[in-house]
Write a protein that binds this ligand. Structure first.
Ligand SMILES: CC(=O)N[C@H]1[C@@H](OP(=O)(O)OP(=O)(O)OC[C@H]2O[C@@H](n3ccc(=O)[nH]c3=O)[C@H](O)[C@@H]2O)O[C@H](CO)[C@@H](O)[C@@H]1O[C@H](C)C(=O)N[C@@H](C)C(=O)N[C@H](CCC(=O)O)C(=O)O
Ligand SMILES: Nc1ncnc2c1ncn2[C@@H]1O[C@H](COP(=O)(O)OP(=O)(O)OP(=O)(O)O)[C@@H](O)[C@H]1O
Ligand SMILES: N[C@H](CCC[C@H](N)C(=O)O)C(=O)O
Ligand SMILES: [Mg+2]
Length: 486
């Protein structure tokens, strides 16, 4: 592609060298540079792409895009394009390179601390069931119609993201549903994408290792709505105290959903069971195969988006009643010993509270809850004591264990969790570093009618330790125990 076309959306400060060149590939990673490449140097958290420009030149790069003027010399065979902001330019160039695919389908983004995967995945399944070509970009997987691909991030880097959107357009997708993480918004991964709509689920504590405080975290999420065009819709959870804040400066058409009060999309809850919930949405009753008030919010968001995208409410409700939970979200397994294990992805204090409350609402004192939970390494440390406290306060027994330790010592993470407990709680809580042993111990403690909650990893089929992802799947571990125990 001609350089002039590729950079047509960029705010260019200066260009040095030949402008009339044909770019053959684009990358923001010098390790992928080859002859004819355009390399965008982006300053990151761990390192700065500008430090690898020389490397890129050694590898015959054709064009270097940068935002930090730091050159002693210019090589005549390289074209240098200085832009205002490299991360923005990366997103703009990635979109143009793939033919601006977000402008050729209806792209809907879901943001919030919890519920993104659930809402995005159920929307994808809703629109596939309605007969549309649809795509999904989520924590669990990326889908183009019925083809699914592994993923590395909840929200991908701009080049990979736009390559998937292009794949979706080429496969005839009319819709694409994606999660928009706060990291992605902050790092401009979704900059310049044209959204048909945005949804806000909730804002509670997570990622304070990255955003430093809740105000900054909130403002990053709000920036997503501030950027929505007036042609888009913005649907917010008005029961969340930040629900109104998110939309206060958006140009998009505003809508609300609520369980507690008046809203454009309103749900009421009637009966709660372990295999489903009887609810009412905008006056129509239905039974859904989801447990927990938090899931009613997710389903209500799915209903609202579907109606805002022009679907027939009756048909949407019919499909809502047959949708099933997403992998690793409140996944139940019945043991031969007549207790129930629930695998869930709750890895924040609020998620843990929501899931445990949901279990209590259904268990109704008819059994004990044994919770197995850990915290991810190299993530928000301040949530660890809060998660331990929530788990202990809402469970009969708690076993603190490892999640993805990453580059931290597992025992240090557990110590951070224990710090949230008082003396009596410390005496009752167990700490077992080995997750497999922790799950086994929970099964050994469980009596008929009890519930074991294995929280934090959900769908994950790995345990990340010092940069290596070892196979580990909570569901598999439980099934192994169930089928070997006497
Ligand atoms: C904390 C974070 O978000 N980091 C992301 C960020 O990495 P970084 O800023 O550290 O990048 P870096 O390693 O400093 O490199 C800076 C630049 O130099 C370039 N580089 C680097 C080395 C080299 O030899 N040559 C070179 O050109 C890199 O390509 C990059 O452009 O940019 C990288 C490239 O896009 C991402 O892969 C990386 O995600 C890391 C792996 C990560 O774990 N991110 C997590 C926290 C994340 O994004 N999570 C959210 C979801 C959270 C949730 O589920 O709620 C997500 O959207 O997945
Ligand atoms: N609307 C909600 N409010 C609070 N908790 C929720 C909600 N929906 C799901 N949860 C809880 O949070 C966990 C994660 O749900 P989900 O994967 O849908 O969120 P997410 O926003 O995609 O998370 P992540 O940011 O880690 O990708 C679930 O396993 C459940 O415990
Ligand atoms: N079991 C994971 C869940 C969080 C993953 C994702 N939300 C992120 O923060 O990258 C962990 O805590 O390591
Ligand atoms: Mg997710």
């Amino acid at each position: 592609m001609k350089l002039s076309q590729l950079t047509e959306r960029c705010k260019i400060v200066a260009i040095h060298g030949e402008e009339n060149v044909e770019v053959e590939s684009i990358t923001s990673d010098s390790r992928q540079v080859q002859k004819g490449s355009l390399f965008i140097a982006v300053e990151g958290i761990n390192t700065d792409g500008h430090d690898y420009i020389a490397k890129a030149i050694e590898q015959d790069v054709l064009v270097v895009v940068y935002d930090k003027p730091m050159f002693e010399e210019y090589f005549s065979r390289v074209t240098y394009v200085q832009v205002e902001n490299s991360a923005v330019a990366l997103a703009q160039i990635a979109s143009v390179w793939y033919g601006n695919p977000s402008e050729q389908l209806k792209l809907v983004g879901v943001t919030g601390t919890n519920g993104k995967t659930t809402v995005a995945t159920l929307l994808y399944r809703m629109f596939r069931t309605l007969g549309y070509g649809a795509g999904l970009l989520s924590t669990v997987t990326n889908c183009v119609n019925d083809d699914s691909y592994p993923t590395t991030h909840t929200t991908l880097d701009p080049i990979t993201l736009n390559s998937f959107l292009r794949k979706m357009v080429d496969a005839g997708c009319e819709y694409a549903f994606m999660e928009v993480s706060s990291h992605a918004i902050h790092q401009k991964r979704v900059y310049g994408l044209r959204f048909q709509g945005g949804i806000f689920t909730n804002l509670t504590q997570d990622h304070l290792d990255y955003h430093k405080n809740m105000l900054e975290y909130r403002n990053v999420k709000k920036a997503f709505f501030d950027a929505l065009p007036e042609t888009a819709f913005a649907l917010t959870n008005s029961d969340d105290k930040n629900g109104g804040v998110m939309l206060q400066n958006t140009k998009a058409k505003r809508y609300t959903y609520s369980v507690k009060g008046l809203a454009d999309f309103k749900a009421r809850i009637f009966e709660k069971h372990f295999d489903g919930t009887e609810i009412e949405i905008n006056g129509k009753q239905l039974i859904v195969q989801f447990v927990g008030v938090f899931n009613v919010y997710n389903l209500l968001a799915v209903y609202g988006v579907s109606v805002l995208l022009g679907e027939e409410p009756e048909e949407v409700l019919r499909i809502l009643s047959v949708l099933k939970p997403v992998a690793g979200r409140f996944q139940t397994l019945r043991s031969p010993g007549n207790f129930t294990a629930i695998v869930d992805y709750a890895h924040t204090p609020d998620a843990l509270t929501n899931v445990l409350n949901a279990i209590h609402e259904v268990l109704d004192q008819k059994g004990n809850i044994i919770t197995v939970v850990g915290c991810g390494g190299n993530r928000d440390r301040t949530k660890r004591p809060l998660m331990a406290r929530e788990a202990v306060e809402l469970s009969n027994r708690v076993i603190l264990t490892s999640d993805n330790p990453r580059f931290e010592e597992p025992q240090d993470i557990i110590d951070d969790m224990v710090a949230g407990l008082d003396d009596e709680q410390r005496r009752s809580a167990l700490s077992i570093v080995d997750r497999r042993e922790a799950i086994k111990t929970a099964c050994a403690l469980a009596k008929p009618g009890d519930i074991i909650l294995v929280a934090g990893k959900g769908h994950e089929d790995y345990q990340e330790i010092k940069g290596v992802k070892y196979h580990f799947d909570d569901k598999e571990e439980l099934e192994k125990i169930f089928h070997t125990s006497p």
